[in-house]
Write a protein that binds this ligand. Sequence first.
Ligand code: SDX
Length: 370
Amino acid sequence: MTATKGLEGIVAATTSVSSIVDGVLTYRGYDIDDLADHATFEEVIYLLWYGKLPSHSELIQLKAELSASAAVPAPVIDILKLVPRNTTPMAVLRTAVSSLAIYDPEAEDMSPEANYRKAARLQAQIPTIVAAYARLRNQDDPISPKEGASIAENFLYMLTGSEPDAVAIKALDKALVLHADHELNASTFASRVTVATLSDIYSGVTSAIGTLKGPLHGGANEGVMAMLEEIGSIDQIDDYVRGKLERREKLMGFGHRVYKGGDPRAKHLQRMSYELGKRTENLKWYDMSVKIEGLVFGLKGLRPNVDFYSASVYTILGIPRDLFTPIFAISRCSGWTAHILEQYENNRIIRPRAEYVGKADQKYVPVDYR
Ligand code: SDX
């Protein structure tokens, strides 16, 4: 038995939710370029959960269900009020999502109908939790979700208290489409391993949030913005990038376990970064990002992944840096729950083997003789 480090190239499951083949990403057979250009996040949620794009009435019903479920149980808001103000939002989200289960009477109901209802509650309540904590840590009261608003619109509204403009709503909605699912990435794999023991959907999503938090996965978008701010200006890029590479340090937002010819999502986020930057006459982060991209490709042959340009997109939208990964979680909750529902449908406990490389033939020695 020989271990494959990081399970690279190991096919660990079958799925109909999404695929990455030859650099092409599809959700339920629809190309991400097609969905990014035409679909709303709510349409993508329906597509991931039910395997088809919704009819007009199905979309209205899903939006009504999400809107009706967006309020968070009061005790969970109380938990957010208790959290020390400087707690990392992803750690708060991990705790809050876990506590949602305590106040959901259906938490342990494993029927498919209850699991779909819980998936909708999780998808609707995670944005509310993220926005509520962002305000509470600034001593501002949380703002209740608006009836009938999309997830993108409601998140921006709950974050700021003011009506977001249509361009910002559209940009965030497209970013949510682009981050919704991605085959068997680490956090989705974690969610499937968790629920494959027939543990509940809240446990599965909590596992996924803890996994996404890491800087090598969802946390990279915050790392990209930290890098841009640390570099400070375009003339400092060359020394910074060369120094990082010489010290064999990872540059956040570059590289990918699966994509070697480039992440198809990056071009959409790059275009959004440019358009938003141009509109706000603030192309600094975009210009720096383009220069970094060219230099890293030239020096290391690495291309940007989904996290690289999303950093400047969220910054120009006025979103605080430490909310970037929670936004990733808002979007990926749709993918995680789709994979969890799929795992429950045709389940077998996920239990691989390990190659033992430790000591052998050890004999017990009484403590007085050690
Ligand atoms: C996401 O899996 C998914 O689908 C994830 C995701 C999704 O939608 O769910 O796409 C979202 O997580 C995107 C990735 C976000 N993470 C980062 O941007 C962090 C920086 N990237 C790296 O840590 C890395 O590229 C990974 C984690 C993305 C992939 O890691 P691998 O496949 O284990 O690659 P590796 O670390 O073995 O690197 C292979 C080589 C090494 O060089 P050598 O030692 O062989 O000379 O490439 C180098 C690495 O040093 N390398 C990098 C690098 N990424 C790879 N060098 C500098 N900077 C980088 N970012």
